[in-house]
Design a protein around this ligand. Structure first.
Ligand code: FMN
Length: 456
């Protein structure tokens, strides 16, 4: 079975050093994140399983997808094979299988009995507001026009017994679906599921087109149909049968709440925003549930989206030019792409396509195929030595970015974006010739001749 519990068991068995079980009582206000941060400072990224959380009657698990090696374990491959494995899963989607009764609905509370106060009151950073957050909720909603479902992660700020703020980035699919409900002046039904196997989390960060449903991608990644069950009250919405928790509710068209400040993946706290409100009318969960958390701005928050985003970035870049070799997200909003260049116009085309395609792409550098996109020194050398700033630097104004970028002023997230063509020019006056040594000469040289010869 592909669920959170089976993955934790797999880690306990195959990688016991990758999971730390904390038996003593911990405070979800700052302390759980501080413990994780202390380990991160020593470059250790284990899962933390907190058995006893103050004010909460069930265990808390965090950092499940906090390293590429754990994602590789979840997908049954090596770290080097991860991208290819992810791509294969996305290219072979499998529709989910609907079942009638599911573990995630073993316990159900509705309406007046709903109380979000039973969940752990997680506060992460000193600059955060004093309201607890749910960070590992994957939201499912159905597009009222196409009937297709969409999955994505959304931070939920607990603001009362049955209310949360919900941040839906402009330019992303859930906000697009919400705007369709707003146009009809109708509430949007959603379900937020929490506590899943890493493969489902990878589905939650899939950023491809809305033609493909994330449940099908999850099926493709796990090699068999995902088992889903219809929601208790939100009929027509389906949730993973083996998740730990589901919050069912509605987001009304006009209601807003002050949300934040909240420390984000960028490493900076956002200011306050006016976000829509999720009104929760149903909570379902497994027996003896485990609550899952993702410490905002820490390793899991940065590692988890990489495969999905690099896959989509590569597809967009390839549609602008077929010469793409490698793609790497090297820092928040910052992408390096290497290309086998056969046309001096290609880098600008790729930069423009990428800057216009996604809100989380703000700074794009294109390098030649012989530059290692993961090596900051090689990339910086290419920028220093191939770039004439007046010719090779491109700025695109007034594009949709993210308001989580602290340099964006205002809540709209409108920003300018930067592209640098750091490839060597192929033609014209500035054509650059690299230092080379004839291959035949190199091949002829036998190093042992010099190592054995004491006189040389
Ligand atoms: C831990 C985590 C938290 C996230 N929180 C939010 C959020 O609060 N709001 C949001 O719009 N996107 C958030 N995201 C990003 C979306 O999940 C991601 O962009 C997703 O791929 C969007 O899906 P879409 O392409 O179907 O729109 C978060 C991602 C992660 C990994």
């Amino acid at each position: 079975m592909v669920d959170l519990r089976s993955f934790l068991d797999q880690v306990r068995q195959d990688r016991p050093q990758d999971i730390v079980t904390v038996k003593r009582c911990v405070n979800p206000n700052y302390e759980t994140t501080a413990i994780l941060a202390k380990f991160e400072q020593s470059y250790r990224l284990p899962i933390f399983y907190f058995e006893d959380v103050e004010g909460c009657s069930f265990p808390l698990v965090t950092n499940v997808c906090g390293s590429l090696s754990r994602l590789a374990l979840a997908l049954g491959v090596t770290v080097a094979e991860l991208s290819q494995r992810y791509e294969n899963g996305c290219k072979n989607p499998i529709k989910p299988k609907v079942i009638d009764s599911a573990a995630v609905q073993d316990e159900v509370v509705v309406d007046e009995d709903v109380d979000l106060g039973v969940l752990p009151k997680l506060i992460y950073h000193e600059k955060d507001c004093d309201k607890p957050y749910i960070t590992a909720a994957i939201v499912v909603a159905v597009d009222p026009e196409t009937g297709k479902s969409n999955l994505s992660f959304h931070r939920l700020m607990i603001a009362g017994r049955n209310r949360t703020g919900i941040y839906m980035a402009a330019g992303k699919h859930l906000d697009g679906i919400y705007q369709k409900y707003v146009a009809k002046n109708q509430a949007m039904p959603i379900a937020a599921f929490i506590g899943v196997h890493p493969i489902l989390s990878l589905g939650g960060v899939y950023t491809g087109s809305t033609d493909v449903e994330e449940y099908d991608i999850i099926g493709g990644l796990q090699g068999e149909a995902l088992r889903v069950v219809e929601c208790v009250k939100n009929k027509g919405l389906f949730v993973p049968a083996d998740a730990e928790f589901v919050l069912e509710g509605i987001v009304r068209p006009n209601e807003r709440i002050e949300e934040g400040p909240f420390g984000e993946f960028t490493g900076y706290a956002t200011g306050t925003m006016q976000t829509p409100v999720l009104e929760v009318h149903t909570i379902t969960n497994r027996k003896d549930p485990i609550f899952q958390d993702i410490a905002s701005g820490h390793s899991e928050h940065l590692v988890l989206p990489i495969l999905g985003m690099e896959y989509s970035i590569k597809k967009v870049a390839q549609s602008a030019s077929p010469s793409i070799k490698n793609v790497k997200i090297v820092a928040p909003l910052t992408i390096v792409v290497s290309i086998e260049k056969s046309d001096d116009a290609a880098p600008r085309k790729i930069i423009e396509a990428l800057c216009k395609s996604d809100i989380y792409t703000k700074h794009v550098t294109i390098v030649d195929a012989d530059v290692n996109v993961s090596d900051a020194r090689q990339v910086n050398c290419a920028v220093a030595l191939n770039v004439q700033p007046d010719q090779d630097v491109f700025v695109f104004k007034d594009l949709q970015g993210t308001p989580l970028d602290p340099s964006c002023r205002g809540e709209s997230g409108i920003t300018s974006k930067l592209g640098i063509d750091a490839t060597a020019p192929l033609v014209g006056k500035r054509k650059i010739e690299r230092n080379t040594i004839a291959k035949q000469l190199l091949d002829k040289i036998d190093m042992s001749e010099f190592l054995d010869n004491k006189d040389s």
